[in-house]
Design a binder for this molecule. Structure first.
Ligand code: RTP
Ligand code: MG
Length: 140
């Protein structure tokens, strides 16, 4: 299996509860390596642009407000089959449906405040990495 990259966000509910390290440890224990990381406070424009795919969904306004509510940590993760590996350790979007041992089962508060984002395909991973990082910020 090839080493690939994915994009992760440690969301406001997690940074607010000082869980950046705890979440990162679960990612690392799952075989992912943090090859870029920065803490940012998203602007409305950044949050709306990032989640543009969801702009017609009923939760869009709530989602954008949430993502701007506190700082987040954006990360590039590297590992074998990184997109799937990350989605597996994240768990289901709704923590009530997340498997034991996943980040969302352990830490998510609700379907909205669900602790982490992870790219859902390699194509989207490339787009999302480019949205937040210059190539020279990524050190593999
Ligand atoms: P993400 O994009 O954040 O990794 O999460 P996901 O793929 O598991 O979920 P997605 O369907 O892409 O939804 C993006 C984020 O929107 C919020 N959401 N709220 N209130 C709701 O019904 C609802 N549904 C989704 C969540 O924060 C979700 O992660
Ligand atoms: Mg998604």
């Amino acid at each position: 299996m090839a080493v690939t990259r994915t994009f992760s966000i440690i969301k406001p509910d997690a940074t607010k509860r000082n869980l950046t390290g705890a979440v990162t440890k679960m990612l690392e224990d799952a075989g992912l390596r943090v090859v870029a990381s920065k803490r940012i406070h998203m602007s409305r424009e950044q949050a709306e642009g990032f989640y543009a795919v969801h702009k017609d969904r009923p939760f869009f306004g709530e989602l954008v407000d949430f993502m701007m509510s506190e700082p987040v940590v954006v990360q590039v993760l590297e590992g074998e089959d990184a997109v799937k590996r990350n989605r597996d350790i994240m768990g289901a979007t709704n923590p009530a449906e997340a498997d034991d041992g996943t980040i969302r089962k352990e830490y998510a508060l609700s379907i909205g405040e669900n602790t982490v984002h992870g790219s859902d395909s390699e194509e989207n991973a490339k787009i999302e990495i480019d949205y937040f990082f210059d190539e020279d910020e990524i050190v593999g």
